[in-house]
Design a protein around this ligand. Structure first.
Ligand code: 26W
Length: 836
C-alpha cells in the first residue's frame, strides 16, 4: 500500500503552476499533446475513443485547478459540510457537462472541425456512467450539480461499480441483459487516491472487556478485512469556480489477507479470497423498488457506510484531534433512501470503539448529523435484513442496533405505557419465525429529519408507513419535492430552445429557473410561437433519427410524439399505455379515423432481470408494435416502438423531442417522478394521474395545461376489497374489444398464450394497479390530447406555459430547501483560478 507520509521537505510547491488557458487555442494544444504524446496515437490510430479521451483529459486539467482551489477554500474556511451517501449515482456523460460548466470557448468546436473532428461525435463516444437504476440515482446526480452550482460544500460518497446497470438488448421482443463494462477503455474523469484507502471489517466476533477505569469496551476481532480505495470524480458548478467531489469506493483485498493464506500453502484459496474482496464493488444491483435480501448487497451497503465515515472521521481528526465536541456542528450526512443506513450503527461504533466516546455522547452526535430521504412507499421495496445474516456479517453492528432499539422502545413505553401492540409495530426488529431489521425504522429513529420527495408522497408517509413515528416525533417529518438540473436537462440537451429563451428573457434562468415565468406572456406572441414550434420540430427530427437507428421504424415529425420512458414496473402502468395503443389500432381497423391525429408512441425502459411480469410487458410492447408498424392501414396514423437500452444519454435526446409526457402511475404509488419534470421544462405536455409530483406540475402549469385522468390516491385506497374489473370490461365496449384482440392472439399468433399472465392480471380483482379502472378516463384524456394537438397554435401556447411554469422543478430549488431546513450550510465562494 502506498504510504501517504512519504514526503521530504518541499523546496518549493511543485503544484504551483500558471493557470491553464481557457481559450480554444490552449485547449486544442493540450488536446493534441494528450492524443499524440500521452496516449501515443497518430493519424492512423485515430480511433474516436482516443480523441474523446484526449479532449476529456485536456478539460479535466482545467477542472483540477478549480478542484484544488475548492478543496483549499473549504479547508481554510473550516466550513460545515454535507455528505450525500448513496448506493447509486447515475451521472451519465461528463464531457459535455464539463465544457458547459467550465464555459469553454465556443470556438473550440470550430478548431476541432479544422482538424476534421465534430464535437458532437466526440461527445457521443462517451460511455454513460450508469451507476444507478433510475430516479433515485439520477436525482443524486442532479443534486451534486446543484450543490456545486449553489456553492455548497457537499461531497457525494458512492461505490465504483465495475459493471453499471446492464445493457438492454431486445431479441425477438424479449429483453436480454448484457454486462456494462463501462471502465474497459479507461475513465478519464476519475482520479485514484490509494493514499486514502481505508480498511473495512467483516465477520469475526466481538469480545467485551472492562478497562481499568471501569468503562466497558467492545473488541471486534478475527475479522475478514477488505480495503476500500477511493476514486474521485470532479463535480463542476455552473461557471462559478467551484468543483465539488464525488468519491467512489472500490473494494480490493488487503495485502496480509493474501500473504497469510499463501504462507499456509493455499495459493488457490488466497486468490479466491482476493476475488471475494474484489466482488463487493463488482456490480450494481439491478433491482429498482424490490429488495431481495442478498448478502452481497448488504456487504456493499456496509462497505460504503464504513469507508465513507472513516474517511470523514480521518479528516476530522487531522484537524481537530480527538475532540468531537464540534463534530455535529460541522458535518452532516444525508441518506439516499435506507440503502446507506448502516451508517447509523457504524458511526456509533467508530465513535465508541475507535475513538473512545461514551454511548450517550456518540448517540447525541449521531442523532444530530443524520437525515433520511424516503423514495418509495411500495412495501416490496422496504429494506429488511435477516438478523441471522446481519449478525454473521456485522456482529458488532447488530449489538449496537439492539441497543438502539432497546433505548428507543423505552421511549415508546414511556409515552404509551402498556401499548404492547405499538411496541411490536414500532420495533426496529421485526419479530416472527425469522427476525428482520427494519432499516427504514432505524433510519427514522436516528434521523433529525425524514422527508418524502413530493407533497403527496410525504403526506402518505406520515399517514401510513411512518404513522406511529409521526405521532411520536411530528417535527422530524417534512417534504422536499424533487427537482432536476436545468444545466443538463435544458441548456445542454436542448441548446436551441435554451438559446431562444436566453435571447428572450436573458440568461438568469439557468441558475434561477423561477425567471422562466417571464416567458409566459410570449405564449401570446405568434412569431415567438412559430420559433418555439420550429425548434420542437427540429428536436423531433433528431429523436426520429434515434428511433430509426435503434428500432428501424420511421417516425414522421408532424405526428404527435407520445413518450413513456422509465423503469418498467406494473405500478407505472406501461400496460395502460399499450391498451390505449391497441384501442387506437382497433379504431383504425374499424375505420373510425375521422379527424385523426397521427401519433407515434415510444416506450422505453429496463426491467429488473428477475421481474418476469415487467419483462413480459416489454414483449407485449414489441409484439403490438410489430403488428401496428407492419399494418399498411396504420401508415401515417399510428406507430409504436420499444426503444432499447433507455439511459441518461438517450433521455437527453428524447425529452427535447417529446410532445406528450406519459405519467400514468396508479395514484399513490409513484413517490415523485423526475422524468415528468424533464419533459415539462422542455415544453412537453403531460397526461397524468394525481400522483407524485404530477400534482404539483399541474398546480404550476394550471389545470388547463395538463391532461388529467384517473382515480385519486384516496379512491385507489377505497377501491381495495371491492374491485371488479370483469364488470368494468363488460361495460366498456372499447375495452372489451381491446381485451378480445389481446385474448385472440392478434399479437402473438405464433407464440400462443405468452400474454396469459398479463391478461389475467388485468382481470384480477386483486390487481393492485387498477388498470381496467382507469382505462376509460385515460382514453378520454388521450382524445382531449388529440384534439388539442390538431390546433397547433393552442398546443404551442400550452407548451410555452409548461416551460414557463417549470421553475419549481429545478433541483437548485430542492437543494436550497434541503439546506434551509436540514443542512444549514453556508455558501462558500471559491476564488477564480486566474487571480490566485
Ligand atoms: C433495494 C431495492 C431498491 C432499489 C431502489 C428499493 C428502492 C429503490 C428506489 C427507492 C427506487 C427509486 O428509484 N425510487 C424513485 O425515486 C425517485 C427520486 O426520488 C422518484 O422520483 C421516483 O418516484 C421513485 O420511484
Amino acid at each position: 500500500m502506498m504510504n501517504a507520509n512519504v514526503q521530504s521537505k518541499p523546496v518549493s510547491d511543485i503544484t504551483d503552476l500558471p493557470a491553464l488557458g481557457m481559450d480554444a487555442g490552449s485547449i486544442i494544444e493540450d488536446f493534441r499533446r494528450y492524443f499524440s504524446h500521452t496516449l501515443g496515437r497518430d493519424q492512423l490510430s485515430q480511433s474516436a475513443y482516443y480523441v474523446y479521451t484526449s479532449l476529456s483529459l485536456s478539460l479535466r486539467d482545467r477542472l483540477v485547478e478549480r478542484w484544488k482551489n475548492t478543496k483549499h477554500t473549504y479547508s481554510e474556511t473550516d466550513c460545515k459540510r454535507t455528505f450525500y451517501l448513496s448506493l447509486e449515482f447515475l451521472m451519465g456523460r461528463a464531457l459535455g457537462n464539463a465544457m458547459l460548466n467550465l464555459q469553454v470557448d465556443p470556438s473550440t468546436a470550430d478548431e476541432l472541425k479544422k482538424l476534421g473532428l465534430e464535437l458532437e461525435d466526440i461527445i457521443d463516444q462517451e460511455h454513460d456512467a450508469g451507476l444507478g437504476n433510475g430516479g433515485l440515482g439520477r436525482l443524486a446526480a442532479c443534486f451534486l450539480d446543484s450543490c456545486a452550482t449553489l456553492q455548497l460544500p457537499v461531497k457525494g460518497y458512492g461505490l465504483r461499480y465495475e459493471y453499471g446497470l446492464f445493457r438492454q438488448k431486445i431479441e425477438n421482443g424479449f429483453q436480454l441483459e448484457e454486462p456494462d463494462h463501462w471502465l474497459r477503455n479507461g475513465n478519464p474523469w476519475e482520479i485514484e487516491r490509494p493514499e486514502f484507502s481505508v480498511r473495512v471489517k467483516f465477520c469475526g466476533s466481538v469480545a467485551h472487556y472492562t478497562e481499568s477505569n471501569g468503562i466497558r469496551r467492545a473488541n471486534w476481532k478475527n475479522t475478514k478485512d477488505v480495503m476500500a480505495v477511493p476514486f474521485d470524480v470532479p463535480v463542476p458548478g455552473y461557471r462559478n469556480g467551484t468543483v465539488n467531489t464525488l468519491r467512489l469506493w472500490k473494494s480490493t483485498a488487503t495485502e496480509e489477507f493474501d500473504l497469510s493464506e499463501f504462507n499456509a500453502g493455499s495459493y488457490a484459496e488466497a486468490v479466491a479470497a482476493k476475488n471475494a474482496a474484489e466482488h463487493i464493488t463488482m456490480v450494481l444491483y439491478p433491482n429498482d423498488a424490490s429488495e431481495n435480501g442478498k448478502e452481497l448487497r448488504l456487504r456493499q451497503q456496509y462497505f460504503l457506510a464504513s469507508a465513507s465515515l472513516q474517511d470523514v472521521l480521518r479528516q476530522w481528526i487531522e484537524r481537530h484531534g480527538s475532540d468531537f465536541n464540534q463534530f455535529a456542528d460541522k458535518n452532516f450526512f444525508q441518506l439516499n433512501d435506507t440503502h446507506p443506513t448502516c451508517a447509523v450503527p457504524e458511526l456509533m461504533r467508530l465513535l465508541m470503539d475507535e475513538h473512545g466516546l461514551s454511548w450517550d455522547k456518540a448517540w447525541d452526535i449521531t442523532t444530530r448529523v443524520v437525515a433520511y430521504t424516503n423514495h418509495t412507499l411500495l412495501p416490496e421495496a422496504l429494506e429488511r435484513w435477516s438478523v441471522s445474516m446481519f449478525g454473521r456479517l456485522l456482529p458488532r453492528l447488530l449489538e449496537i442496533i439492539y441497543e438502539i432499539n432497546e433505548q428507543f422502545l423505552n421511549q415508546v413505553k414511556a409515552r404509551w405505557p402498556g401499548d404492547i401492540d405499538r411496541i411490536r409495530r414500532m420495533s426496529i426488529i421485526e419479530e416472527g419465525h425469522e427476525r428482520y431489521i427494519r432499516m427504514a425504522y432505524m433510519a427514522v429513529v436516528a434521523s433529525v429529519s425524514v422527508n418524502g420527495v413530493a407533497e403527496l408522497h410525504s403526506h402518505l408517509l406520515q399517514k401510513h408507513l411512518f404513522h406511529d413515528f409521526y405521532e411520536l416525533w411530528p417535527e422530524k417529518f417534512n417534504n422536499k419535492t424533487n427537482g432536476v438540473t436545468a444545466r443538463r436537462w435544458m441548456v445542454s440537451c436542448n441548446p436551441s430552445l435554451s438559446s431562444l429563451i436566453t435571447r428572450t428573457i436573458g440568461r438568469g434562468w439557468i441558475t434561477d429557473m423561477g425567471q422562466l415565468q417571464a416567458l409566459a406572456p410570449y405564449a401570446e406572441d405568434a412569431a415567438f410561437r412559430a420559433e418555439w414550434r420550429g425548434i420542437k420540430q427540429a428536436n423531433k427530427v433528431r429523436l426520429a433519427q434515434l428511433v430509426e437507428r435503434d428500432c428501424g421504424v420511421v417516425f414522421h415529425p408532424d405526428a404527435l410524439f407520445d413518450v413513456q420512458v422509465k423503469r418498467i414496473h406494473e405500478y407505472k402502468r406501461q400496460l395502460l399505455n399499450i391498451l390505449h395503443a391497441i384501442h387506437l389500432y382497433d379504431r383504425i381497423k374499424r375505420g373510425d379515423t375521422q379527424d385523426w391525429t397521427p401519433r407515434c408512441i415510444l416506450i422505453g425502459g429496463k426491467a429488473a432481470p428477475g421481474y418476469l411480469m415487467a419483462k413480459r410487458i416489454i414483449k407485449l410492447v414489441n409484439a403490438v408494435g410489430q403488428v401496428i408498424n407492419e399494418d399498411p392501414a396504420c401508415s401515417g396514423l399510428l406507430k409504436l416502438v420499444f426503444l432499447p437500452n433507455y439511459r441518461v444519454s438517450a433521455m437527453e435526446v428524447i425529452c427535447a423531442g417529446t410532445d406528450l409526457s406519459e405519467q400514468i402511475s396508479t395514484a399513490g404509488k409513484e413517490a415523485s417522478g423526475t422524468g415528468n419534470m424533464k419533459f415539462m421544462m422542455n415544453g412537453a405536455l403531460t397526461i397524468g394521474t394525481l400522483d407524485g409530483a404530477n400534482i404539483e406540475i399541474r398546480e404550476e402549469a394550471g389545470a388547463e395545461n395538463f391532461f388529467l385522468f384517473g382515480l385519486t390516491a384516496e379512491q385507489v385506497e377505497d377501491t381495495r376489497g371491492h374491485y371488479n374489473p370483469g364488470e368494468i370490461i363488460a361495460a366498456d365496449e372499447d375495452l372489451r374489444r381491446v381485451m378480445s384482440l389481446l385474448q385472440n392472439g392478434c399479437f402473438n399468433a405464433f407464440e400462443p398464450d405468452i400474454f396469459g399472465s398479463i391478461i389475467q392480471s388485468i382481470y384480477s380483482q386483486s390487481d393492485p394497479w387498477l388498470t381496467a379502472a382507469d382505462f376509460r378516463g385515460y382514453v378520454n384524456a388521450q382524445q382531449q390530447v388529440a384534439i388539442a394537438y390538431r390546433d397547433q397554435e393552442r398546443w404551442t401556447r400550452m407548451s410555452i406555459i409548461n416551460t414557463a411554469t417549470s421553475g419549481k422543478f429545478s433541483s437548485d430549488r430542492t437543494i436550497l430547501d434541503y439546506n434551509r431546513d436540514i443542512w444549514h450550510l453556508a455558501q462558500v465562494v471559491v476564488k477564480p483560478v486566474s487571480i490566485l
